[in-house]
Write a new protein. Sequence first.
Length: 196
Amino acid sequence: MAEKRRLTRRGQERRKRLLAYATAQFASNGFHHTSVADIVDGVGVGKGVFYWYFESKDELLIEILRESLRDLRTTQAAAIAHADDPLARLEAGIRASLGWSANNPEIIRLVMFGWSEEQFAEPLRRGRDIVIADSARLIEQAADLGQIMDGNPVMMALAVRAVIDSLAQEYALANGDVDPEMVETAVRVCLRGLQG
């Protein structure tokens, strides 16, 4: 991975433009059908600029996936910050995850692709493990308070994640068009499932 460079405001903006344009191109044309030349031509910079920020096209996609995970976790943290108890935090986190997924169908398509290629699956696994650990802590706290049934918190977190991931894929296929009833159903299924 390229060394972290201190970027000027202009450099940060140029990097963001490369990430945003590549995200759109990878999601619409496919990763393998999008070249570095396509990306730099679309942004209006030279290849040297691209390679200043990223060592390769693979590294670029990995960075898109990493930044997306950071954005998702920031969204979740903001959503659960004011919830009173673990069960309320779980519900707020589920809603935030579903809302984020609905608002980022291109990223979800890239995640779906990433799982099919080993060089991208490993960073996705690390990110998933962080999200599962966060959820498992909340589930354990809710169980300790008697809000949900006892059980293996990691397995329960995986089950909740499976519901969220499945719906996120539906959102991606529908280009982010979300039925609010779908969100409510998912929240009820997850919470009632945890409550036993």
